[in-house]
Design a binder for this molecule. Structure first.
Ligand SMILES: Cc1cc2nc3c(=O)[nH]c(=O)nc-3n(C[C@H](O)[C@H](O)[C@H](O)COP(=O)(O)OP(=O)(O)OC[C@H]3O[C@@H](n4cnc5c(N)ncnc54)[C@H](O)[C@@H]3O)c2cc1C
Ligand code: FES
Ligand code: FES
Length: 495
């Protein structure tokens, strides 16, 4: 396959790039090559939001999807066929400020100004979601949209106020139709191939093309949302000579409720889209969704990437395993599936064979009598890595006896795992304090947590036991406590 140029739309024209390394980040290119320094660099690892930009791409339904992402961890060739919007695009033709900027000025939302371009880009992303005259976003929506932006001097209150008021200014329209047309001219029918200095970037369009490329180049690294892989380059300086990018395979982004009682989530569905679908069926996912990374990371990152990466502290797996999710793997023409817990063999070792990739996940839809909860234990509420992440699902028969129990944990072993000894302790028994206390003890036979900078082994074990107890308090037959009541009861106990 011959090399092609990266083509993307930015600041009124199509840019064609032929000479940049395959892992050059969008941020590096903006600042160092185009001299567009409005977009800032803080952490270069997706944490601070100073580098936030908007990326527009076809939404698969004849329109465009515009999403805020962290440009510091996105590789330039992933922009092929897309449009890039940066803080420079906010400037109005008559030189006046865009409402998101004017609201920041009027609400005193900026001091040193370093974080401001990132904040206004996240706010612009939210602004574009609202039609003229729409109701102002709620405090929860604003907090979520700004969860990936850090400010060290202004304080968040004025910024949140600005986000709440930006829609009250005279509306500035955005020409989605024109952008759709432009993106149409950039679309490709076939695999995109970009090669520089012996480094290759492939972007297939279809699942069949992906399957073929993966078989042909089993040693190549798959790239999805780049929220793990991007850091291998910006923080670990790893060399990635061959990338196969799955972000252009539209079919992998599909999320579908199947007649067989499963929710099928394509491996390329963004974390935000996947969690939105999961929350529809399991409202208990809502807090985990909100606390998983930040809004822009969830825009770029995929559920497939989280599951495939298989980090012992990945947040999606405990919940998916507790629900009985099956993972769908494809190698060439062969498609096979297995329970997600069987996919993880050892630390950073999965059941993926050479030439195979994750095609999707199949999540069983809510069982009428199932109680399900997830718990993420971390030092901060937003944008933090779990010390322990747990999920529990139990089904009781009419007498209150446990018919089905699936307890699943992250952060306590080398892989995401179930807790068979604890599950066996409650199976066939009354769902009561005595058996739950025994199950808490049994967890010590299920895993031996490690000590690291996030938490000690003892803390992790205690936390794992306590969230199981919490689950019981929230689901005890006849007298379940609400989340708030559990907190009050625990605090009273400590006092
Ligand atoms: C600031 C920040 C905060 C984060 N917070 C959290 C958090 O709260 N909880 C959490 O769990 N994670 C968190 N992460 C990690 C990361 O966002 C997730 O693991 C994410 O789901 C990875 O998905 P991705 O699409 O970006 O994967 P990528 O980075 O593109 O790929 C990750 C790995 O999966 C492989 N891969 C990707 N797709 C496939 C596929 N279809 N088949 C086979 N292999 C594949 C890649 O080859 C690579 O090895 C955070 C990351 C950052 C930068
Ligand atoms: S520079 Fe901090 S998120 Fe990109
Ligand atoms: S205004 Fe200084 S960091 Fe936000």
């Amino acid at each position: 396959m011959e090399t092609q140029s990266i083509r993307f739309y930015y600041r009124g024209r199509v840019h064609e790039v032929t000479d940049q390394p395959t892992t050059r980040t969008v941020l590096q290119y903006l600042r160092e090559d185009l001299g567009r320094t409005g977009t800032k660099e803080g952490c270069a690892e997706g944490d601070c939001g100073a580098c936030t930009v908007l990326v527009a791409e076809p939404d698969g339904h004849g329109g465009v999807a515009i999403r805020a992402v962290n440009s510091c961890i996105q590789f330039l060739p992933t922009l092929d066929g897309k449009a890039l919007l940066t803080v420079e695009d906010l400037r109005q033709p008559d030189g006046s400020l865009h409402p998101v900027q004017q609201a920041m000025v009027d609400c005193h939302g900026s001091q040193c100004g370093f974080c401001t371009p990132g904040f206004v880009m996240s706010m612009w992303g939210m602004y574009l979601e609202h039609e003229p005259g729409a109701r102002a976003p709620s405090r929860t929506e604003i907090n979520d949209a700004l969860s990936g932006n850090l400010c060290r001097c202004t304080g968040y209150q004025p910024i949140i106020r600005a986000a709440g008021e930006m829609l009250s200014y005279p509306h500035v329209p955005f020409d989605r139709a024109a952008l759709t047309k432009i993106l149409g001219t950039l679309s490709r029918d076939n695999i995109f191939t970009y090669e520089v200095a012996g480094h290759v970037f492939h972007a297939p369009r279809t699942v069949a093309q992906l399957a073929e490329l993966r078989m042909q180049y089993p040693q190549a690294r798959l790239l999805a949302g780049s929220t793990d892989v991007g850091l291998w380059v910006t923080k670990q300086f790893r060399d990635l000579p061959h990338l196969i990018y799955i972000g252009q395979v539209e079919a992998l982004r599909e999320i579908e409720q199947q007649a067989d009682g499963y929710l099928n989530i394509g491996a390329g569905a963004s974390l935000n889209d996947a969690y939105d679908a999961l929350v529809t069926h399991y409202p208990e996912f809502a807090e985990l969704r909100q606390r998983f990374a930040s809004f822009p990371i969830r825009n770029a990152g995929t559920l497939g990437g989280n599951v495939a990466n298989g980090s012992p502290i990945g947040d999606s797996m405990p919940a998916l395993i507790a629900l009985g999710t099956r993972i769908v793997l494809r190698r060439g023409e062969r498609v096979r599936e297995m329970p997600l817990e069987d996919f993880y063999l050892a630390y950073q070792k999965s059941a993926l064979e050479a030439g195979e990739f994750v095609q999707g996940m199949r999540v069983p839809l809510a069982l009428a009598d199932q109680q399900f909860r997830t718990y993420k234990i971390s030092k901060r509420f937003d944008q933090d890595i779990s010390a322990v992440c747990a999920a529990f699902a139990v089904s009781l028969d009419p007498e209150g006896v446990v018919r089905r129990a699936r307890f699943s944990f992250g952060g306590v072993a080398a892989t995401p795992c179930r807790a068979p000894a604890a599950e066996q302790t409650v199976l066939g028994q009354a769902w009561d304090e005595q058996h739950v206390r025994l199950a808490m003890q049994a967890l010590t036979a299920d895993f031996k947590p490690l000590t690291d900078m996030r938490a000690s082994d003892a803390y992790r074990m205690k936390a794992a036991q306590n969230v199981l107890y919490r689950f019981y308090l929230e689901t005890a037959p006849g007298t379940p406590l609400t989340t708030r009541q559990v907190s009050t009861a625990v605090l009273a106990d400590i006092a």
